[in-house]
Design a protein around this ligand. Structure first.
Ligand code: TYD
Ligand code: MG
Length: 467
């Protein structure tokens, strides 16, 4: 009898080794290796694998002769989701929707199915197949009732054998396919258990071929967790067209949809949703959700206008400073980069003379949003200073500007757009960089009063001026 060959696969990143390793040399995680059986190379016979059966268009074509079907987008009728996707699902694309268990992935996708199946576009309504490999069709029905899904074009099956799923796809011929979740489906061609890296990779590979060749828009749902032997969807990122993360605090009702890879659009967009009793509702103006204007006049609070993709979010930054008996004071940054905080504190010490070497500093962006752009520097610095001095900042004022190492306030992008959003939300003053070009004429039509500053010290004088 032939000897069964095995290999050890890191369940976190997919790194393969012939022997057990305690620490993965690729991703650096400990105790993530599991033994999996090595497969014989598939035989190149017709009908041997769904991918090969469908792969009948192998001849190279001239680029000019290839039809551009990029314009065919399936709109989800949810502005927030469509924007993150770059204008709706591209027909035949493969999208990975990843997120923590219980965050609302199944809810979001069921609502998407509802919208897609019940609308009529030029070609008639969309037919969807929902593979609920984790739940029974009755459970999906219950959730669908709660969400008000009532369509004849949505098919549901809890089949988790991929070969059987492929058979059902051939039978139903859907335009939209959902696999919930990829960790729960398995291919009978692979011996390792469902959820292992080999299974996930193989199943996604087959689904990718089906999506491309049958032009079925496919969404695969993946849980992000390192527990047990369930592989994180990291190993799939290079195979799929889009990776969308659904994030949020499980104890709060809002959820953020973020694109981290998109072959058909930008990755800088976010969509905001609110989880309610009857499903997810879109939050078209997130600033209102994250900002409570009555709270922002406390010591240590400032308001910034941050750009998330093409949209401006007004967010509150809170800072807390306190003396510490320990020689190494703590620096805790939530929502802004840790090193950015250290740099801001260093500038405050050197250019403003604020010594925090015996103080702990905590800084937090309300709403769980991560700000990656430097335009939040000024707001963060002023929040720290306001707390350290115990003086509130000027009320109804928004702070916009990047701080340079010599204490200068540097230009930011889309200043006019930020000011417009602040004005819309009832802010009366804005402290902005002086160096932004041609800003005078652009802001002359706005009602919000602006104060242009070139140095951090000037900004501080303006920010603490009470009228
Ligand atoms: P679910 O979509 O099952 O999450 P996932 O597929 O990501 O694991 O939804 C999870 C939570 O959402 C669940 O704890 C209950 C809550 N929820 C609501 O608050 N309202 C609703 O209408 C629905 C359907 C779910
Ligand atoms: Mg689910």
């Amino acid at each position: 009898m032939a000897k069964v060959k095995t290999k050890w696969v890191c369940q976190s990143c997919g790194y393969e080794s012939f022997s057990y390793l305690g620490r993965c040399p690729d991703c650096g995680n400990f105790a993530t290796f599991c033994e999996e059986t090595v497969q014989e190379a598939p035989q190149l016979k017709a009908n041997s694998s769904p991918a090969l059966v469908l792969n009948n268009d192998l001849c190279a074509k001239r680029l000019n002769d290839i039809e551009n079907d990029e314009k065919i987008r399936l709109k989800t009728d949810m502005q927030e989701f469509d924007r993150v996707l770059g204008g709706g699902f591209v027909a035949g694309s493969l999208v990975l929707l990843a997120g923590d268990p219980g965050i609302g992935k199944s809810t979001l996708i069921l609502q998407t199915c509802k919208n897609l199946c019940s609308k009529k576009d030029g070609t008639g309504s969309v037919c969807a197949l929902y593979i609920c490999a984790e739940e029974s069709p009755q459970q999906v029905k219950l959730r669908a009732q709660r969400l008000g899904v009532d369509t004849v074009n949505l098919y549901v099956t809890n089949q988790n054998c991929l070969e059987e799923v492929v058979r059902q796809i051939d039978e139903i011929k859907p335009d939209f396919l959902v696999v919930d979740s990829i960790q729960a489906v398995f291919s009978s061609q692979i011996t390792s258990s469902s959820g292992s890296v080999s299974q996930i990779r193989e199943c996604t590979n087959i689904l990718m071929h089906i999506a491309k060749q049958k032009n079925i828009t496919t969404v695969i749902i993946g849980h992000v967790t390192k527990e047990g032997n369930i592989a994180g969807p990291k190993v799939l990122e290079h195979m799929v067209d889009c990776v969308i993360n659904f994030e949020g605090d499980r104890y709060k009702s809002y959820r953020i949809l973020r694109s981290i890879k998109n072959r058909f659009g930008t990755t800088s967009e976010v969509g905001v949703f609110n989880m309610e009793d009857d499903g997810l509702s879109e939050v078209l103006n997130p600033s209102e959700l994250f900002l409570n204007p009555s709270d922002t006049s406390n010591c240590g609070c400032s308001v910034i206008a941050a750009l998330e993709g093409t949209r401006v979010l007004l967010l509150e930054i809170q800072a807390l400073t306190g003396s510490t008996p320990y020689p190494n004071p703590r620096r805790v940054a939530r929502g802004i980069e840790y090193n950015r905080l250290l740099q801001i504190l260093a500038v405050l010490e050197k250019r403003v003379g604020l010594n925090l070497s015996k103080q702990d500093v905590y800084i937090n962006v309300i709403g769980g949003i991560d700000i990656i752009e430097p335009a939040a520097d000024l707001g963060a610095a002023l929040a720290v200073l306001s707390c350290a001095r115990d003086i509130p900042l000027k009320s109804k004022t928004v702070m916009i500007g990047e701080i340079g190492l010599s204490g200068e306030i540097r230009a930011v992008d889309n200043l006019e757009k930020r000011l417009r959003e602040a004005q819309k939300l009832g802010f009366e003053y804005a402290i902005i960089p002086k160096v932004n070009k041609n800003i005078e004429q652009k802001i002359s039509k706005l009602e919000i009063k602006t104060c242009q500053v070139s140095k951090l010290t000037d900004a501080i004088i303006q920010a603490f001026k009470q009228d």
